[in-house]
Design a protein around this ligand. Structure first.
Ligand code: SF4
Length: 496
């Protein structure tokens, strides 16, 4: 039985042209997922806080489904977690387990009907599914499901995964085997949290492109938590246990947690962009915070480039750890040169053109007395289109900086992502169509240096083959079907 309490039928379109004012010219994270099995706890409120910590992974919609015996209670809507939920709303979500989701749309348009968790009925009751990632075989999967008589309420690949599981369950399988059979039909990136009347599951695709971690709540009984990142565990006082492995399914129920390694040849290919930018710096990957990794990126950048300057600044917030690392190794003084307005968030109010023009000043303001007469090294984590960088450089020059050297703690982004990040098409990526010298001219800096691909991956301390770095190389670890490629890549025959 499903109890929905959202305005799903309203199918409200969202103003899609408004760029998030705090993240112009960055690739957008697709989603954050969260789940827990904790009888006796206020699972809705714990999930609310978990999603609150994962807000950076998706700001378009938020949803929580709680499982109360046979019944799934669900509320989801457009907006930030704090806009969608309040105490009264959370009280309407009872249960012993919960699944939560924050979304930034990739597959599927910005409609409330596409908010997650996706809820689907089956022979054994309803399931609630939260997905981070992107399937690449949606055309084939849709046809496969249609042949089985499935109908779709949304335009998302996440609903397809939920329907595929329900189909297998309807053919007589239990939840576990139904899910394992369904994943055979799914190709691409998927980190999932799935709630059922009997327990919850955490799953990662065989390449583990998107992260998913397991934690445990303190107390005499073992109550497990799943989250996209460890910051989602920290906020509710859960202790980090480990990552869900690529190609692993963990089943959490009243009997505890069981692990199933279902993929034939799992091969870890964690998205390296999670390391350099997307995941929060306080989240842990490979037993250390990403802050430490990003510090090393800056140190490596200093080894790879020798530039004379008076001070190093970082573009808040994501460029700051690398800027500190650069200062440590180069011996050039680190300073704050740009202050971020932390209260400018994603907005559904459409800005006017003139507001758009001044978007940078809305979120970043230069410190004139710090910058006046100085030769500046400015460090950012990436350049996607280059539009924001140009505005920042102009603001620094207006503030009196005499030289601006831009250093990027990753290589040039030349290819789009098909695995769950909202990137532009290839022709919109400035490094796909311009040389470094041309980008330097467009941005208006005195010099422009990117970190090498080797430097980015060697700084992880792991073998390069453990990461996906396709947006820097075009070497996609999961094959992209031709019709999907054509939607984003510049293909020679398409140009001809
Ligand atoms: S293509 Fe880039 S953004 Fe996409 S998963 Fe690979 S490294 Fe991450």
């Amino acid at each position: 039985m499903i109890l929905h309490d959202s305005d799903l039928l309203a199918d409200v379109p969202v103003v899609s042209s408004s760029e998030p004012l705090d993240q112009l010219d960055k690739m957008e994270e697709a989603c954050g997922v969260f789940g827990l099995y904790a009888p006796g706890e206020d699972v809705a409120t714990l999930t609310y806080f978990g999603l609150y910590a994962l807000q950076h992974r998706g700001q378009e919609s938020a949803g929580i489904a709680t499982i109360d015996g046979e019944t799934i209670h669900c509320y989801k809507h457009m907006g930030l977690v704090s806009q969608v939920f309040d105490e009264e709303r959370l009280k309407t979500l009872p249960g012993q387990a919960a699944v939560g989701h924050t979304r930034y749309s990739t597959t599927g348009s910005s409609l409330v009907v596409n908010a997650q968790p996706a809820i689907v009925e089956s022979r054994l009751g309803a399931l609630a599914l939260a997905h981070n990632g992107n399937l690449v075989n949606t055309v084939d999967l849709r046809e496969h499901l249609q042949r089985q008589g499935c109908t779709f309420s949304t335009t998302t690949d996440s609903e397809m995964i939920a329907l595929a599981i329900a189909q297998e369950v309807n053919q007589g399988k239990d939840w576990l085997n139904g899910a394992l059979s369904a994943f055979i039909h799914c190709q691409g990136a998927y980190s999932l949290v799935i709630g059922t009347p009997e327990g919850i599951m955490g799953v990662r695709d065989p390449h583990g492109i998107r992260p998913l971690v397991i934690g445990i709540l303190p107390g005499p009984t073992r109550r497990y938590v799943l989250a996209s990142e460890t910051c989602g565990l920290d906020i509710i006082g859960a202790e980090y246990l480990r990552s869900v492995e690529p190609g692993e399914l963990v089943w959490i129920s009243e009997e505890g947690m069981a692990s199933f390694h279902w993929a034939q040849k799992p091969q870890r290919k964690l998205c390296v962009f999670e390391m350099i930018y997307f995941s929060r710096p306080d989240s842990i990957v490979n037993e250390e915070t990403l802050y430490s990794y990003r510090l090393r990126l800056g140190q490596r950048l200093a080894q790879e480039s020798q530039i004379e300057a008076d001070m190093v600044i970082g573009v808040p917030d994501s460029g700051i750890p690398a800027a500190i690392g650069y200062a440590q190794t180069s011996g050039i003084q680190y300073a704050e040169g740009l202050i971020k307005n932390r209260y400018v968030g994603r907005t559904f109010i459409q800005p006017t053109q003139s507001m758009r023009e001044s978007g940078i000043r809305m979120k970043l303001n230069p410190l004139k007395d710090v910058l006046q007469g100085k030769r500046i090294i400015m460090i950012d984590d990436s350049i996607v289109r280059g539009t924001t960088s140009r505005k920042i450089v102009k603001a620094l020059r207006d503030a009196g900086a005499t030289e601006i050297h831009m250093l990027i703690s990753s290589p040039p982004v030349t290819h789009p992502c098909f695995y769950g990040l909202d990137t532009d098409t290839q022709d919109q990526l400035v490094a796909a169509t311009h040389s470094v010298a041309e980008i330097k001219e467009r941005i208006g800096v005195d010099s422009l240096v990117y970190l090498s691909w080797e430097g980015m991956l060697q700084s992880t301390g792991e073998a390069p083959e453990h990461f996906c770095s396709a947006c820097f190389t075009g070497d996609y670890p999961i094959e992209i079907p031709e019709q999907i490629k054509r939607s984003k890549l510049i293909l020679e025959d398409a140009v001809a």
